[in-house]
Design a protein around this ligand. Structure first.
Ligand SMILES: [Zn+2]
Ligand SMILES: [Zn+2]
Length: 273
């Protein structure tokens, strides 16, 4: 007997960048999905080098890519990922990374997205100057396993996917900028982050909605208002986790996983204005 309705079921993955290598193993164990990679022109949804500007949030773009894969394959399940790297208008902090994964089940009318801030991102750049040695930068970002984009002084892309010393030596003249190539197949650090997020998706899909039985029940929101340990007034701290099902709309709240029931008075507007 199948232990999961997705066991042995195909899911379309729109990717040009070999992401099935990161996504397939975690999802193969449980729920047991079989990834069908489709060479959709995902660059049409926006590129890291800025040659195509992304429209919409990362979640919207990931869902749109997933739909494109489903349309191209005729499959009712779709999967896609989208990365955001700083400094960037979508990110409230500096050189960070956020990976977003979208999953669609058209038959059960379920759509969900998961995001994770990658604490490990190698997004960085280096301006090439005369008499300066780029070797420490190259070591730090993990060249040549991690590829580079070379830009001219005006920001135009001279080359991307650069992974060999000879090409780099020819292009990296003073006045150019070296930048990490964030496409997943050229960036093992990103691949690891996508794989970790796929593990979260696998756990999420292994959880069934208590109301309708749809796979993918899990955290959709938090309720703030954790009471201050000293005066008891509501703070901005998270009080409960809200789990939800995007197929039927059922929601249930549960306590914080860390068991914390009161906020530090230092975070209380009343005790510590
Ligand atoms: Zn449900
Ligand atoms: Zn207080």
């Amino acid at each position: 007997m199948a232990d999961h309705p997705y066991r042995g079921v195909q899911v379309a993955l729109a990717t040009q960048h070999g992401k099935e290598r990161a996504l397939a193993p975690p999802l193969a164990r449980r729920p047991g999905l079989i990834i069908v990679p489709l060479a959709i022109d995902t660059d049409a949804f926006g590129t890291f080098t800025g040659s195509v500007t992304r429209t919409g949030t990362a979640a919207e773009v990931a869902l749109a890519k997933a739909r494109a894969g489903m349309a191209a394959s005729g499959l009712s399940l779709g999967l896609a990922s989208e990365g955001s790297f700083g400094p960037h208008p979508w990110l409230p902090f500096g050189a960070g990374g956020v990976e977003t994964l979208a999953f669609i089940d058209a038959l059960r009318r379920n759509e969900l997205t998961l995001s994770a801030v990658s604490r490990r991102t190698n997004y960085a750049w280096h301006d090439v100057a005369a008499n300066a040695n780029p070797a420490p930068f190259l070591r730090r970002i993990g060249f040549p396993a991690h590829a580079l984009v070379v830009r001219d002084g005006d920001g135009g892309v001279l080359a991307s996917g650069v992974q060999d010393e000879a090409t780099l030596a020819r292009l990296a003249i003073p006045g150019t900028r070296l930048e990490t190539d964030m496409r997943a197949h050229l960036n093992p650090t990103r691949m690891a982050a996508i794989r970790a997020l796929a593990g979260q998706l696998a756990a999420r899909l292994a959880t069934f909605c208590p109301a309708c039985g749809c796979p993918g029940f899990g955290m959709v929101d938090v309720a703030r208002g954790l009471p201050c340990a000293s005066c008891g007034s509501a703070t901005q701290g998270v009080q409960t986790i809200i789990d939800g099902c995007n197929a039927c709309g059922f929601q249930a709240s549960r306590p914080r996983p860390d068991g914390l029931t009161a906020a530090n008075p230092a975070s209380c507007d009343w005790c510590n204005p």
